[in-house]
Structure formats: C-alpha cells, structure tokens
Design a protein around this ligand. Structure first.
Ligand code: OGA
Ligand code: NI
Length: 320
C-alpha cells in the first residue's frame, strides 16, 4: 500500500458542528475518488453492533461452519495446489428487509438474533436514506431526489448478506470474494474489526479497507454511478483470504425497487450522457451472470438493450 494513500474516514457527528463543510467535502471527495468511505459516530448504537457480532459468530460456529467444511471436502477444495478462479471462500446467508422481510423464514436464528437483526436493519435503512440526502446536497440535487428514484412503485429493495470468511490454508490460491463492483445503490458494511481482507482498487493499486472498531464502511454501487452520470463511481473491490482468523462481514444493500427507472439526473448531464437508462430489475438480470466482470460492458449492454428494446432476458437469480 502506498504511504500517501489515506483511506477516508468520516466522523458523522461533525455534521452538527463547525466542521460541517469540511465533512461534506470529505464525503464528496470520497464519492468521486474512492467510491468508499468509513463512518464513525453514525448513530447506530455500539452495543447493538457488539450483540450482532457476538450472535453472528455464534450462529456461524453452530450452524454454518460444519456445512462450509463439508462443502470444501465434497468439492475437493480442502487443499489447493493451483489457483481456483470460479469460487469464493465465503459462507453466507441472506436476509431481506424490504419490500418484504424474510427474517422469519430463515432457519436456525434465535429470537434474540432475529430481533437484533431487525433493529439493525431498520437503523441501517435510516442511515442509508440520511446518506442519500447528503449525497443529494453535495450533488446539487433536491433533497429526497435519490430516495425518490430508488422508490419505484414498491419502495426500495433492502437486504443484508451475512458472511464469514473462514481461514484458508492456501490464501494465494483463492479469493474470499472475487473482484466486482456492486450493482445497486448504497452498501453499508459492518466488518470484523480484527481480521482484515477487504480491498478496493484505486488508481490501479489494491488498497486495504482498514478494520476500525464500530465503524460502518460505505460504498457506492453501479446505480449511483449511472444516476450521477459518472460524477460518483462504483469501485472494484474484493476480499482476500487469510491463513488465520475468521472474518465476519455483514453487508447491507440499499437498492432501487425492482421497477425503479434509473437514468442520469438531468442536471448532471451536459450535452449527452454516456450512461444508459433502464429499469433496475433488467440491470440485475444482466448483472447476475456477469458480476465478476467490469461494469463498463454492462452499461454498454443496457444502452444497446434500450436501443433495440430487448432487455436481455437472463434468468433472475437472487443476488445483491
Ligand atoms: C459484497 C462485498 C465485502 C465484504 O458482498 O458485495 O463486497 O467484506 N462484500 O464482505
Ligand atoms: Ni461488493
């Protein structure tokens, strides 16, 4: 990692004081040049985060770890002698909060864990909407603009991917999660404060997203790049595997509703936009098959689909 690279850390409590302007500028710079920033004093109670962490780790030990090990054995992955490029070394499950929750359909969650996840999800949803308005302010868009675009007719899609990245005996042979940009809107990540692994690609260099206790890491998905006409960027990121330690990561995706119409905001478009306009669900159908490829061909494909009115029929897969 280059020495002069300083990962943007934003103290949200400073929005209420003298340093508001600098804080807004820091967020704007991060959205333009990093696609990522890390939040402290974000208003989500630290004891709630501690409980979520404890229960997520217990849940993994009790219900997930054995399954992960069996999966490795059945696929012959317990020892790797050559690089594998089509799998991710992660153990995950998905919670959907909006438009309808599936929290009560997930097996093996204690009532306490479910309740904490529901509370955490609601607070993250509120934080996401607060952040969208900060982005609007920085972009010169009217307050509520992004939230409204994301709403569609059924409200936003909001879900949480609960992941563990177990220790890996051959870290050089496999990624925890292969490099990708996120398809959706705003991603809010509660990551392990001890075991690192998340990296983003900045100016051709992989940079660590440093573990920081009780922080929430924010990153921008492809939709925000489209809506801002490229002023803000979705940035490639990946998770490296580690020899020691199990990395917890709880990533929540605040995305447009399936029928939301996405297009570059008029006021941010000069002569003509390079970016396509589409219905969010059509983008997701395309993304499901090409997640681990660069985003530019996706934008291009959506432009072509609009031109031919053929929205690329690919089977829908639940993916964030
Ligand atoms: C993702 C992702 C990062 C992490 O799920 O899209 O980038 O640290 N996760 O789990
Ligand atoms: Ni991601």
């Amino acid at each position: 990692m280059e020495k002069n690279i300083k990962f943007p850390v934003v103290d949200l409590s400073k929005l209420n004081g003298e340093e508001r302007d600098q804080t807004m500028a820091l967020i704007d710079d991060a959205c333009q040049n990093w696609g990522f920033f890390e939040l402290l004093n974000h208003g989500i109670p630290y004891d709630l985060m501690d409980n979520i962490e404890r229960m997520t780790k217990e849940h993994y030990k009790k219900f997930m770890e054995q399954k992960f090990k069996e999966m490795l054995r059945s696929k012959g992955l317990d020892t790797l002698e050559t690089e594998v490029e089509n799998i991710d070394w992660e153990s995950t499950f998905f919670l959907r909060h909006l438009p309808q929750t599936n929290l009560y359909d997930i097996p093996n969650m204690s009532e306490e864990y479910r309740a904490a996840m529901k509370d955490f999800g609601k607070r993250l949803e509120n934080l996401a909407e607060e952040l969208l308005d900060l982005l609007c302010e920085n972009l010169g868009l009217e307050k509520g603009y992004l939230k409204k675009v994301f709403r569609g007719t059924k409200g936003p899609t909001f879900g949480t991917k609960v992941s563990n990245y177990p220790p890996c005996p051959n870290p050089e042979m496999v990624k925890g999660l292969r490099a990708h940009t996120d398809a959706g809107g705003l991603i809010l990540l509660f990551q392990d404060d001890k075991v690192s692994g998340l990296q983003l690609l900045k100016d051709g260099v992989w940079v660590d997203v440093p573990p920081l206790k009780h922080s929430i890491v924010i990153n921008l998905g492809d939709q925000l790049e489209v809506i801002t006409n490229g002023k803000y960027k979705s940035v490639m990121h990946r998770v490296m595997t580690q020899k020691e330690g199990n990395r917890m990561s709880i990533a929540s995706f605040y995305n447009p509703g399936s029928d939301a119409e996405i297009s570059p905001a008029q006021s941010l478009v000069g002569k003509e936009s390079e970016y396509p306009s589409f219905v969010f669900d059509d983008y997701m159908k395309l993304y499901a098959g090409v997640k681990f490829q660069p985003k530019e061909p996706r934008f291009e494909a959506m432009k072509n689909a609009a031109a031919t009115k053929d929205a690329n029929p690919v089977a829908a897969v639940e993916t964030f």
